[in-house]
Design a protein around this ligand. Structure first.
Ligand code: PEP
Ligand code: MG
Length: 591
């Protein structure tokens, strides 16, 4: 059999690590589940038009992908040109329209039938060329089908071997259900660095590339692929040389990880003697284990909404209580910050959605949802207050945009305490109350907000999204997503300054906190505690041990006066980048 040529693609580095394996294209799963309907004569034209517009949309999507391919990868553009041509192919296009009209059947069924016929013809040909064309037909028909039926959900349960998942998109709920023994890594067409899908991949430590527009178009099931989640580079059908490079990179990556992990239990104490708490972000209770094993000093963000995803109805107070208790007890004596429900936005829950929203990120998300659904909120608050007697717990409210929301949340908390008292249940009376600083209005009002709360936690994932007006899951604008944007640094400084004035803690739990290069900047700006995906903890602790915080303070304040994110990044890289390269090259060093 003829060797297929190596193809290199570039996406967004979603979750670090490098892996090689066979691809498994999941989009076809949902597309296969197509039903047959009879179409009345008077509706046939509309049905044919529906098919035409799905094809038109597929064409536009492909054109867009082709236009975005950098000139050095022209070769892959030619494959996609073939796909555009196939969309107009008589065998596929005309025949489908023919079937719809003659047999009075729905477009999905007609297309499925045509594809099955074409595939049979091609399959019987022994030549590799025709086999490849059969796969191309499958790709284009999937694209049309997706447009006809809308987004399909991915059925991960069917996978029975170790593969690298390739999907148009994976929801945060689907990603959180990935079974590590089956899935080595994944690649998606959609998403960007701060999308929840990437965040979960980092927590699960699965290498991932996201925002690779043409992934499902270019990769076929059983293709051997290399996924470099650290750089976003993907190789299809790697050559011997690429495999050798992969082996060297893996070894280097493992050495660096081992270097950092060996020191992860040392305290995060700076050169000038400042001791800091470095904590882990978790989505599921099970992740506390990795927080501890990476040397985390507690859970700085427990994203509780994941217990609400992938189920048919709200969890009960007892279920929630048991989960929270598990986490709190395992972490004792370390603190656990439990964030209340942050559903909707990109973490939609079918049974909890209130209406179709045009702008879910700006919609009924997080505290807004909880205030509208006080029963759901109270159930969670009761569970948290009861579980808190088992350890050291703080409460964190997401997406606060005004003082009224803080006041309303606090009033509900008081009602919850009264009801627990009346029920004669044991509960904690002194839980610290914090708010996420992730909406620009809250940052501007930080001086006032500080009077109502015990601590602030800066959520840079959303703060960047809302202040720079960049959808955090949209690859198209991913290049504008700059944590080092001077506007973001000024906002962080504002929160830290106001927190310091009022004597309350200023934490950061956004992904920015997990990048060791940013550590000196954040601590220099006055953030007191950092929380991040657990696997980032060792590197951040190492960075803290290598820096002088008082020097970082002067350095960070200078950044506030700079003009562009690139200038800031360069200055930070020049000042602190070499510390990180030492971790890479100190492989011979033993602790
Ligand atoms: C954030 O917005 O920075 C954050 C930590 O919360 P989430 O990523 O869950 O929105
Ligand atoms: Mg957020």
């Amino acid at each position: 059999m003829k060797n297929r040529e190596e193809i290199i693609l570039r996406g967004v580095a979603g979750s670090p690590g490098i892996v090689i394996g066979k691809a498994y294209l999941v989009d076809r799963e949902g597309v296969d589940v197509v039903e047959k309907f009879h179409i009345e004569k008077q509706h046939l034209e509309a049905e044919i038009n529906r098919f035409r517009s799905a094809v038109g949309k597929a064409k536009d999507e492909l054109r867009k992908i082709i236009d975005d391919i950098p000139s050095e990868y022209r070769e892959q553009a030619s494959i996609l040109e073939t796909h555009v041509a196939l969309l107009e192919d008589k065998m596929l296009y005309d025949k489908t329209i023919d079937y719809i009209g003659k047999e009075q059947i729905n477009a999905e069924w007609a297309l499925k039938r045509v594809v099955a016929e074409v595939k049979t013809i091609f399959h019987n040909m022994t030549d590799d060329y025709f086999r490849e064309r059969s796969a191309d037909i499958a790709h284009v028909s999937d694209r049309i089908m997706r447009n006809l039926v809308g987004a399909t959900s991915v059925n991960l349960g069917k996978i029975d071997r170790r593969v690298i998942l390739v999907a148009h998109s994976l929801s945060p709920a689907e990603t959180s259900q990935i079974q590590l023994e089956k899935i080595k890594g994944f690649v998606t067409n959609t998403g960007s660095e701060a999308s929840h899908t990437s965040i979960i991949a980092r927590t699960l430590e699965i290498p991932a590339i996201v925002g690779l527009f043409e992934a499902t178009e270019m990769i076929k099931t059983d293709d051997v692929i290399i996924v470099d989640g650290t750089t976003g580079k993907l190789i299809i059908n790697p050559t011997e040389q690429s495999i050798q490079d992969f082996n060297e990179k893996t070894a280097g990556y493992e050495r660096q990880k081992a270097f950092l992990n060996r020191r992860s239990h040392l305290p995060a104490e700076s050169l000038d003697g400042v001791k800091l708490n470095v904590m882990g972000n978790i989505e599921l209770a099970e992740e506390v284990v990795s927080t501890l094993s990476y040397g985390g000093d507690g859970v700085g963000l427990y994203r509780t909404e994941f217990q609400y995803l992938s189920r048919k109805d709200f969890p009960t107070e007892e279920e929630l209580y048991e989960r929270y208790k598990d986490v709190i007890e395992v972490m004792i004596p370390r603190p656990v910050i439990i964030r209340t429900l942050d559903i909707n936005g990109d973490k939609a829950v079918a049974y909890a959605s209130i209406s179709d929203e045009n702008n879910p990120a700006l919609g009924l998300r997080a505290i807004r949802y909880c205030l509208k659904k006080p029963d759901v909120f109270k159930t969670q608050l009761r569970a948290i207050h009861r579980a808190a007697v088992h350890g050291q717990v703080s409460l964190l409210i997401p997406m606060i945009s005004c003082v009224e929301e803080v006041v309303a949340a606090k009033r509900i908390i008081e009602e919850v305490k009264e009801s627990l008292e009346a029920d004669g249940l044991q509960y904690s009376k002194k839980i610290k109350f914090g708010i996420m600083m992730e909406v620009p209005s809250a940052v501007i009002m930080a001086d006032i907000m500080a009077e109502f709360v015990d601590f602030f936690s800066i959520g840079t994932n959303d703060l960047i999204q809302y202040s720079l007006a960049i959808d955090r899951g949209n690859r198209e604008v991913a290049h504008l997503y700059h944590p080092m944007h001077p506007a973001i640094l000024r906002m962080v400084r504002r929160v830290a300054e106001q927190g310091e004035k009022k004597g309350i803690g200023v934490y950061m739990c956004g992904e920015m906190a997990g990048n060791p290069l940013y550590t000196p900047v954040l601590l220099g700006l006055g953030v007191n505690r950092l929380s991040m995906n657990p696997q980032a903890i060792p590197a951040v602790k190492s960075m803290i041990r290598s820096i002088d915080i008082s020097k970082a303070e002067g350095f960070a304040l200078e950044l506030l006066e700079m003009k562009t994110a690139d200038d800031v990044l360069k200055k930070v890289q020049d000042a602190y980048g070499s510390i990180m390269s030492n971790w890479i090259y100190s492989e011979s060093e033993e602790s």
